[in-house]
Write a protein that binds this ligand. Sequence first.
Ligand code: SF4
Ligand code: SF4
Length: 187
Amino acid sequence: MPVFYLAELMALAMGHEPAEIGLDMHRVSVASFLEKWQARAGDKEHLAEHFDVSLLVKCDACQACKDDCPVCKVDPSFQPNEIIAALLAGRLDEVIADGQLWKCLECYTCQEMCPSRIGMAETFRQLKELAMVAGAGPESVAAAYAEFLKSGALGAPRESARRKLGMGPLPEGGGDAVARLLRESEE
Ligand code: SF4
Ligand code: SF4
């Protein structure tokens, strides 16, 4: 089993190269440890492309709002803190492929309860975006998104329901203009 000085681990964590701090001179090879270390460092870099890792680390250590999430209260299978821990453990692709993330309502209760105003809603919003880009989002969301791009709206109002309530027709919406803007912004 490789043995390290604390200072060596700190130097590694600060970004020094293994050879620079003499890890290649250990009597017991540290190669297998370094392989795992470098894989974890790669995972963190990948995570940092999309998230503020320092905020994820704070949430993972804190978990104070764990019992306040309205979704957790009715569906204990949704555990946002476990999802944050999975991200930090380098399982981003697994989290994106898992439908659990779609259970977050982005209600911001966690942010309101958070003494540091961090919250997890933005993390879940970003995860959903990544899932959509990876083609791992629910079909209903993909269909709604395609409809929004096409028509600039998520659906037409039901005139029959309005008539039943004695309401007049809605004025012309601006869906076409929104769709045109969306198309132009993609060009
Ligand atoms: S934003 Fe998501 S994680 Fe936070 S309380 Fe609401 S549902 Fe729960
Ligand atoms: S959102 Fe705030 S209260 Fe909730 S786990 Fe993260 S840091 Fe803690």
